[in-house]
Design a protein around this ligand. Structure first.
Ligand SMILES: [Zn+2]
Length: 237
């Protein structure tokens, strides 16, 4: 039987003399693996179509076990990302996190569209404003974690549940979110967060990625957000 998928190439690894196994996040079936025969031979057309994070329409022959890739047509290759080392590095890191968190063959259309939108936004030319890409990446990660059922307490203090007042607050992964100034004194594992960082986390959890672009945020605050998502990710895995 042959099956048609729309998918995003997450990764690949070599097997045998000339073959390769691709990890693909598909709209129809979630994360799948499929074999491409002879793809490492010189001039193999298929290998260009199956470059990392290409969005492809792909035909896979499958009976029992792993399917074999018959053909692939590139819908988008996100060339702006591929031609910018800084962007490429960031996207590879995020794709790695995504691939690790998604389970095999669990269809999740929302996750597929979130990833596709993320790549699309990272691929938009925007001069040298790398901060913008860092914000989008943080928004994507928070939304991905939340889609998978992991949420931080950000509406109130994670310890006393009271409303967060301006200034002097903390983030603590062991408490599960934002911790107020008072409770923070008794928490060992914590980091200081600015009001703007807390605001950004609230926007991440409630909006789509597009609305993040209006967010005015300082470089140091993005670094804080990156530390938060890093702690969050390490807690999940
Ligand atoms: Zn508190």
């Amino acid at each position: 039987m042959e099956y048609k998928y729309t998918g995003i190439i997450l990764g690949k690894y070599d097997v045998g003399e000339t073959d390769r196994i691709y990890v693909i996040y598909t709209l129809e079936q979630g994360k799948i693996r499929a074999l491409a025969k002879g793809v490492r031979k010189m001039h193999a057309k298929l290998s260009g179509s199956l470059e990392s994070f290409n969005l492809v329409d792909i035909l896979i022959a499958r009976n029992r076990g792993m399917g074999k890739i018959k053909s692939a047509i590139v819908e988008r290759n996100f060339s702006v990302i591929k031609n910018n080392f800084e962007l490429l590095e960031k996207v590879f890191q995020v794709i790695g996190i995504f691939g690790r968190l998604m389970e095999d063959e669990q269809k999740d259309e929302e996750a597929f569209f979130l990833l596709a939108q993320y790549l699309k936004m990272m691929n938009e030319k925007n001069g040298d404003d790398f901060l913008r890409f860092r914000i989008i990446t943080q928004g994507f990660l928070h939304q991905l974690f939340s889609l998978l059922g992991y949420q931080l307490e950000i509406s109130g203090c994670a310890v006393c549940r009271e409303k967060i007042k301006a200034g002097g607050n903390f983030f603590s992964m062991s408490c599960g979110g934002v911790v107020c100034h008072k409770c923070g004194n008794d928490v060992v594992e914590k980091m200081r967060v600015t009001d703007n960082t807390i605001k950004a986390m609230r926007i991440f959890s409630s909006n789509n990625l597009k609305s993040l672009l209006k967010l005015k945020i300082k470089k140091e605050e993005i670094t804080e957000l990156e530390r938060v998502s890093d702690l969050f990710y390490r807690w999940i895995v």
